[in-house]
Design a protein around this ligand. Structure first.
Ligand SMILES: [Zn+2]
Length: 434
């Protein structure tokens, strides 16, 4: 008989909640069945047919504001022909549980569930309301998930703390000890569409105002420009903590100046590592282009789309003007199709210290640091309301396994699920003073 966490995760991974279309109601039914068996009341919320979220509450005695254990039910698509196992088979082999969502984030969803049920099973009374919340639509922007819940049921989701995805531990990132990250911030998003129009014509007679060529020239100016480096307080703290591991950071530990940090990172080639440079600057990636449909016709329109990620402190409303000035072509239309501001939670709260301390108790040898998430998560919606959110996932994985998130053969070890359950229970008990 395998561990409850492994069993439950394997079952949960067999429920296909690929978004789009989501079908999160299937995942909600999975939780409803469990809560029924455990005698826990729960409430479901349907944003549109098939798109549900679920909440269960253990009332506390109100010494503190509620804590929400947040997880998303939906997963990104998986191409089964690329996988060595069925992405929705929930297969357990060689000590790992395989499936789309194992790491992002059905595995953590199960840890949160078991930590929640622990309080109920032991009949403990938490010092604050404990809320389990599994939501739809995180992977496609949250409109049918957290956005829908906070817009329509604001009162039900008042809290002092949200525990969400975004944290994790890597055992092979620094030498001899694990690096465990608790996410306290995430970057903002700017999606920008560039459109250049121009006269069509025969490909044998170039007229010098080819929409595609003009767009490419503008894009070259944009991509050649290097974005300035910023050292935010979170990043300062991050590298201070890493200073004991990375010898070359010594000069920075000596004077604590952001300029010194940038200098030593540059000198040691660290800025060419995407995960390091993304912490220090707003990034831009040209991910889509479209123009022309015939080889001998000059296209009358060319479109490009940029994926921009913004550090805390950058105003997303300023990016269109900045891009226009670098493009230097007033015939290129620039439109932001989506913008969100970076979001941050304070590191000096009592709850953060409780979480950090608990990590250190279970991973005594680890370096535990606050970190910046490069992607976006549902945390931003709660941070907008002033509620602190921390990305917490007490597991130790390899960098290679982390790369399987949104990739091929996503998996989590049984050991991580088993140990993670113990740690998650402990963290929740400490946050609830029981
Ligand atoms: Zn996720």
């Amino acid at each position: 008989m395998s561990h409850e966490a492994v069993e439950l995760l394997s079952q949960y991974l067999q429920i296909d909640t690929t978004n789009p279309p989501g079908n999160e109601t299937r995942g909600v039914e999975f939780f409803v069945d469990i809560f029924k068996k455990e005698g826990v009341d729960c409430k479901t919320y349907e944003a549109s047919p098939g798109r549900s979220s679920i909440k269960a509450v253990i009332p506390g005695h109100g010494a503190k504001g509620a804590v929400i254990l947040l997880n998303h039910i939906d997963v990104v698509p998986a191409r089964s022909e690329e996988w060595s196992v069925d992405p929705f088979g929930g297969e357990v082999k060689d000590g790992f549980i395989y499936g789309r969502g194992a790491l992002d984030m059905k595995g953590q969803g199960i840890l949160e569930l078991l930590a929640f049920l622990e309080i109920k099973r032991k009949e403990l009374t938490p010092c604050r309301d404990l809320i389990f919340l599994a939501v739809a639509d995180e992977e496609a922007g949250g409109t049918a998930g957290v956005r829908f819940l906070l817009d329509n049921y604001t009162e039900e989701f008042r809290a002092d703390l949200v525990i969400n995805e975004g944290g994790f531990g890597l055992y092979d990132m620094i030498s001899n000890r694990p690096l465990v990250m608790i996410a306290t911030a995430e970057k903002g998003v700017g999606r920008v569409k560039l459109t250049r129009k121009g006269p069509s014509g025969h490909g044998s007679l170039p007229h010098g105002n080819n929409a595609l060529e003009k767009l490419v020239q503008g894009l070259n100016r944009l991509l050649e420009k290097d974005n300035p480096l910023f050292v935010t307080p979170l990043v300062e703290e991050y590298f201070k903590q890493l200073g004991c591991e990375w010898e070359f950071l010594k000069p920075y530990l000596g004077d604590g100046k952001p300029d010194t940090l940038v200098e030593v990172l540059e000198q040691n080639g660290m800025l060419s590592i995407p995960q390091i440079s993304a912490m220090l600057k707003n990034t831009m990636s040209l991910n889509m282009m479209n123009a022309g449909d015939k080889i001998n016709v000059i296209p009358s329109k060319a479109v490009a789309e940029l994926d921009i990620r913004l550090l805390p402190g950058t105003d997303p409303n300023s990016i269109v003007d900045e891009i226009k000035s670098v493009l230097a072509d007033e015939n290129i239309e620039v439109e932001a199709t989506k913008t969100t501001r970076a979001s941050e939670s304070p590191m000096d709260t009592e709850d953060f210290s409780i979480i950090k301390k608990a990590h250190l108790e279970h991973f005594p040898n680890a370096l535990v640091v606050a970190s910046l998430l490069f992607g976006a998560s549902d945390s931003r919606f709660f941070r907008e309301k002033g509620i602190p959110c921390y990305g917490v996932c007490p597991m130790l994985i390899s960098q290679a396994d982390l790369n399987r998130v949104h990739g091929i053969d996503e998996r989590i070890s049984e050991e991580n699920m088993i140990k993670g359950t113990t740690i998650f229970k402990d963290i929740v008990k400490k946050l609830c003073s029981v």
